[in-house]
Design a protein around this ligand. Structure first.
Ligand code: ADP
Ligand code: ZN
Ligand code: ZN
Length: 801
């Protein structure tokens, strides 16, 4: 009986969640499995597209004139059963097409630009080897191979008789180094040396070296060690003394010495938390724990011991962190405890490095996976515990298709593996805290700091008062005094400049003209390092204007307090202080972030001045002062989550002070000293904040009382986008119950990005059984309606803006 494969095809303009059916060619007798990729004909003519095998079934009589699969791309599934099962659910909850979900789960390295090679395995018989490989040591796997041959390879691969390796197509990305090793036995080198002229000192040195150093060394290192030029090495190679070859340098992203650590003796609260999590792991219960612990309460140690228990049970562990590059200390601690069993996945890795880690996980060599958002798709099996640190962080939500939240995926996996999830935070998201209130999550509390040290004393500085006393200083008198104290005592300070929704721009003093991006409705940001104006949305860049483009006045002024400007001001005020600056500009290069933190940790600076990136996860014992230079910028954002964000950020950054023996102190400079988010951050009273904020959310019909979906229409023509969103609004109005609330349609907060116009609406609802079907209908309609018109649907958006 012929078989049929249902295939999810990759056709960007004709996406659908329904698979297309294709006949499996008779030559393919090795069963195709879901999660394998195939090439299939699509549409009229000779178009060939990639797709994922979704299901396989026997041909039924109602199916006729099916096209046949062209070729197979993989010898085995690239997405395992669990991920395939998850894809359907994820597509439906994120209003995405299944293909975009599948592609998101796939590691980049498998998407393109990689060559796949089959090599003979130990089990392969000599005859088969001869027939398939001939004299070659390997065989490239391409979709050009005849299906019969591919079929045989597929079958052999499943019997482990052949192996597959992947290689980067363009070697340009790989870092290569020339290696040198002796080409002659010691006696011959000795002989060569005896024939040298006495003046050939360098060559003699080199020969001496080659006689003892028989292991390969890198040529640059050798040149440096012996003080010889590359010409000497080349000469030696020409004479046949040594061989040179190129090799790829593997960069271990976290190779910097990790200190092996032992489990700490837990305090009572930690003990209770660890016991509860371990019990859930041992009893295979899919409990969700909300680990609510003030900053410095030892949450990380709880994670580590919960992971250790899972490993002891023969299970694996997944740990998510907001952004790895911002939390190198945490990753170091996990590695310190579990060593080589840890795989780290993050965007700072090259595609190759990432892929190596992915395969270590796939092969079961790595048992603990630490990574940012997309690591939630790591092909880890037999999971015993899932940890999500700083669960409130916005970076867990992907703001592009598919718009998934890593927390939802983690919870899905916990149900699949029957294992607990631990959501950890000092300032949980309102959603999670509300679920704990309803006992959907189990709350675990770490109410005090580990060292019994009090939380730092927080002082609020009213900047409106300060401004009257001395105009235009970024630093208030109390903060300045405190910094000077620290300098005198040899302690360290963190100063945070909150730049969310805020940046430096250029304005004409005479006519008020602000330089804007020609493609987007947003002002250009001043970058002193490149001496240019840049658009943070589309990347447009232009020189800093000398005269106003509008009125030709020369009175151009720079506005906004950039970190560079603050650094200059601080240097002027404190000429003897050693200052490190950490922002997007100083951390752009790979490893720069870690280096700055290391320097600060080594006391090579007194003050670390930075943006929000210094608010998270830092644990330095000598930091006794934290200053927030401008607490208000996030408050000013017209969004329902702006208070929550402000409270979280201030609490988080305050928690960096006084973590060891010495007490900490915090100064928060603000123009809104009476705002509840700021007042409650002062008392670090999360519970009061939760209650206060929940009341306001209730009054305003906001999440978590209501669910929300944001819909955005965009097009290069404003009229098209606007018409589309109004039509959608009308359809929603007709299709939903009267209890649903629709906000808008309105132009988006940034109405034009990259020459496209954006219009949006937000649906707030409690129960709308029709909504999902309706949204998919709208999505499908838009796809057919007009080329270029895009509809984006964001379920549970992080903001309404
Ligand atoms: P959090 O993640 O809650 O902010 P950390 O896990 O960073 O807190 O812990 C703060 C500090 O306390 C760290 O330096 C950590 O090594 C230390 N610590 C944690 N638990 C213990 C313990 N049980 N005994 C001693 N020190 C601990
Ligand atoms: Zn732009
Ligand atoms: Zn002007």
């Amino acid at each position: 009986m012929p078989e049929v494969a249902e295939v999810i095809v990759d056709v960007p303009t004709m996406q659908t969640n329904t698979p297309y059916s294709y006949l499996i060619p008779a030559t393919l007798t090795t069963p195709l499995l879901p999660g394998m990729r195939v090439i299939v004909p699509f549409g009229n003519g000779s178009r060939k597209v990639q797709g994922f095998v979704w299901r396989v079934h026997e041909l039924v009589s109602t199916e006729h004139e099916l096209k046949t699969i062209d070729s197979v791309m993989d010898l085995s599934p690239v997405l395992n059963q669990e991920l395939m099962a998850m894809a359907e659910w994820l597509a439906s909850t994120t209003y995405a097409f299944t293909i975009s979900v599948l592609l998101t789960m796939l590691p980049n390295a498998l998407k393109a630009a990689y060559e796949k090679w089959a090599t003979p395995g130990e089990q392969l018989s000599t005859a088969t080897r001869q027939r398939l490989f001939g004299d070659q040591s390997r065989l490239e796997l391409t979709d050009k191979l005849p299906t019969a041959q591919f079929n045989e390879l597929m079958s052999l691969y499943r019997k482990h008789a052949i192996n597959v390796t992947y290689e980067v197509k363009s070697k340009g990305h790989a870092k290569l180094v020339t290696m040198v090793k002796p080409a002659l036995p010691k006696a011959d080198l000795e002989a060569a040396k005896s024939k040298l002229r006495v003046t050939a000192v360098k060559q003699a040195d080199l020969l001496d070296h080659l006689m003892v150093q028989t292991e390969p060394v890198s040529q640059p290192a050798l040149e440096k060690q012996l003080g010889v030029t590359s010409a000497v090495i080349k000469g030696a190679a020409d004479k046949g003394w040594l061989t040179r070859y190129q090799t790829e340098v593997y960069r271990d992203p976290l190779s910097n010495a990790v200190v092996k650590t032992q489990p700490l003796k837990l305090n009572d609260a930690q003990q209770t938390a660890v016991a509860a999590i371990c019990r859930a792991t041992d009893e295979q219960q899919e409990t969700t724990f909300l680990l609510e612990g003030v900053t410095g309460s030892g949450k990380t140690e709880v994670y580590l011991q919960a992971i250790a228990n899972a490993l002891e049970q023969g299970k694996n562990a997944l740990m998510l962190v907001p952004e790895i590059s911002l939390t190198p200390q945490i990753v170091g601690r996990v590695r310190g405890r579990f060593g080589k069993a840890v795989a780290v996945l993050h965007s700072g890795l090259s595609a190759g490095e990432r892929f190596d880690e992915w395969r270590r996980i796939d092969r079961g060599e790595a048992r603990v996976v630490v990574g940012a958002r997309s690591a939630v798709f790591a092909p880890l099996t037999n999971i015993g515990v899932i940890i999500m640190d700083e669960e409130h962080e916005a970076s867990y939500k992907q703001d592009d298709n598919p718009r998934y939240h890593a927390r939802d995926v983690a919870l899905w996996r916990s149900r699949y593996h029957h294992c607990p999830v631990v959501l950890g935070s000092a300032t949980p998201s309102l959603e999670s805290r509300a679920r704990a209130q309803k006992n959907r999550y189990q709350r675990l509390l770490l109410p005090t700091r580990v060292n019994e040290q009090a939380l730092p004393k927080v002082t609020i500085v009213d900047m409106t008062q300060e401004l009257q006393q001395h105009a235009e200083s970024t630093f208030s008198t109390p903060l300045m005094t405190a910094i000077n104290d620290r300098l005198a005592r040899g302690e360290q300070s963190l100063l945070m400049l909150n730049r969310r929704g805020f940046s430096s721009f250029v304005m004409c003093r005479d006519c008020g003209f602000v330089l804007k991006c020609p493609n987007c409705d947003i002002s250009l940001t001043l970058h002193m390092d490149t001496h240019s104006m840049k658009c943070h949305y589309c990347g447009h860049e232009e020189p800093i204007p000398q005269v106003c483009p509008n009125c030709h006045s020369r009175h151009i002024r720079y506005y906004g307090t950039g970190t560079q400007k603050v650094e200059a001001e601080l240097k002027q005020l404190l000429p003897n202080a050693r200052i490190l600056r950490m922002d997007v500009d100083t951390t752009r290069r790979k490893g720069a972030h870690e280096r700055l933190l290391r320097q600060f940790g080594n006391h090579e600076a007194d003050i670390l001045l930075g943006t929000q990136m210094i608010a998270k996860g830092l644990d330095f014992p000598d930091v006794t002062l934290v200053g927030v230079l401008n607490a208000d910028t996030a408050l000013g954002m017209p969004d329902f989550r702006s208070s929550e964000r402000t409270f979280q950020l201030l609490t988080q950054v305050s928690g960096r002070a006084g973590r060891a023996q010495k007490p900490g102190q915090v100064f928060i400079q603000t123009y809104n000293p009476d705002h509840y988010a700021i007042q409650l951050a002062k008392s670090q009273d999360y519970e009061r904040f939760f209650v206060t904020e929940m009341k306001l959310r209730h009054q305003g019909n906001y999440p978590p009382y209501y669910f929300a979906v944001k819909l955005t229409a965009s097009d290069v023509e404003e009229r098209v986008a606007a018409t589309a969103i109004h039509k959608i609004a009308a359809e929603l109005q007709a299709g939903l119950s009267q209890h649903a609330i629709i906000l808008g349609p309105t132009p988006s907060a940034i109405a034009r990005v990259n020459k496209r116009y954006y219009y949006q609406l937000v649906i707030k609802y409690k129960q709308e059984p029709q909504l999902s079907a309706l949204l998919f209908k709208l999505l499908n309609q838009a796809q057919k309606a007009r080329k270029g018109l895009q509809i984006a649907i964001d379920n549970n958006p992080m903001s309404f803006m």
